[in-house]
Design a binder for this molecule. Sequence first.
Ligand SMILES: CC(C)(COP(=O)(O)OP(=O)(O)OC[C@H]1O[C@@H](n2cnc3c(N)ncnc32)[C@H](O)[C@@H]1OP(=O)(O)O)[C@@H](O)C(=O)NCCC(=O)NCCS
Length: 188
Amino acid sequence: MSGDVEGEPSVVAGAPAGLVRIERNADRARIEVVLADAFGTREVGAFVDGLRAAGALVPGLVAEVDGRVVGAALLARGSLRAEPARPVGWLVVVAVERTLQRLGIGTALIERVLALEPDAPILAAGPRRLLERFGFVPLARVGLELPDPPIAGPWLAHVPRSPSPAGVVELPRPRAEATPVEGGAGAA
Ligand SMILES: CC(C)(COP(=O)(O)OP(=O)(O)OC[C@H]1O[C@@H](n2cnc3c(N)ncnc32)[C@H](O)[C@@H]1OP(=O)(O)O)[C@@H](O)C(=O)NCCC(=O)NCCS
């Protein structure tokens, strides 16, 4: 990963004291609260825990406002079947506390995720409308296949301009049996 965003100031529109930074272990409890609040269920947090237990998560991002974590973009690492295999990012979840949605925090998180992984394809199952604004397109359109999706789609991908990353993608699964997350990490 490149692009250390630790401590970069004021990237959250409408929230002057906001910043986006790499997640730390100490953020986990707050992230869980944010996920439960944003999705209205603990199932997504349990799914994320399962991926963490499987060693599939890589450090993602959190959004802080006034020193409090209010949003998160969580990332896992998959691979593109190729010789040699190429890493693929999976944006597992983007979530923002309900009372702070529609202020640009989700946009800031996704922008920074793309900056973290400029050379890898990034796959996600939502939020569709928001992802499309960043150039995410249906997998087939960029020659990617996900024959065994870990959660329901529709799946979208953001790909670097070159080299073309076409092929079959494999994504990790949670270790414990977790409740499937409908519409990906969200069907917004
Ligand atoms: C999706 C989510 C992360 C967006 O975060 P946010 O901080 O509100 O995003 P932004 O303020 O940057 O909004 C950008 C766009 O996202 C879309 N959007 C935001 N909230 C949305 C919602 N609740 N439902 C549908 N679309 C939404 C809108 O298109 C919005 O643009 P607009 O305000 O011009 O219409 C946030 O709404 C959320 O946590 N939702 C619940 C969890 C979820 O479904 N996550 C997505 C799947 S992982």
